[in-house]
Design a protein around this ligand. Structure first.
Ligand SMILES: [Zn+2]
Length: 146
């Protein structure tokens, strides 16, 4: 086992306790982001998203799957479909456009996930469940290719 003395503190070391605290804080911040966006406080909402993402980067903790695709990765605006964002369902992917910075995000969309999640066909067209386990920097694009 390689042991390297690191001067200047515990950089790079993360204990299970640190990770679980980071995860809790991220979930709390993302909840606040959602609540503030619902009240129209987009500025506050973006700040909470930004903080949650920073914590995730610092402790190498991924965003909870439930929140990962619910805000714009470009400007941190919480998606409010029909207001600050549009969402279209294609054959095998979901296309989300941020109404603030116009960033288009395309997410692969697996129908099998829907079946496993027990959702009905009618729910599929309005509330697609995003596939879990995607990389955070998956399908991002600026251009309109539809
Ligand atoms: Zn945006």
């Amino acid at each position: 086992m390689r042991r390297t003395a690191v001067k200047g503190g515990r950089r790079g070391i993360r204990t299970a306790r640190m990770v679980s605290i980071a995860r809790e804080r991220m979930e709390g911040l993302l909840k606040l982001a959602e609540e503030t966006s619902e009240r129209g406080r987009l500025d506050m909402s973006r700040r909470y998203v930004d903080l949650a993402r920073r914590i995730g980067m610092r402790y190498n903790v991924r965003l909870p799957a439930s929140s990962r695709y619910r805000f714009c990765p470009g400007c941190n605006t919480w998606y409010r479909f029909g207001t600050t964002a549009s969402r279209r369902l294609r054959t095998s992917r979901v296309v989300i456009r941020c109404g603030i910075c116009q960033l288009v995000t395309r997410l692969p969309y697996d129908h099998r996930t829907q079946l496993e999640a027990g959702t009905t066909t009618s729910a599929r067209s309005s509330e697609p469940t995003l596939v879990e386990g995607l990389e955070d920097d998956g399908e991002l694009a600026d251009e309109e290719a539809e």
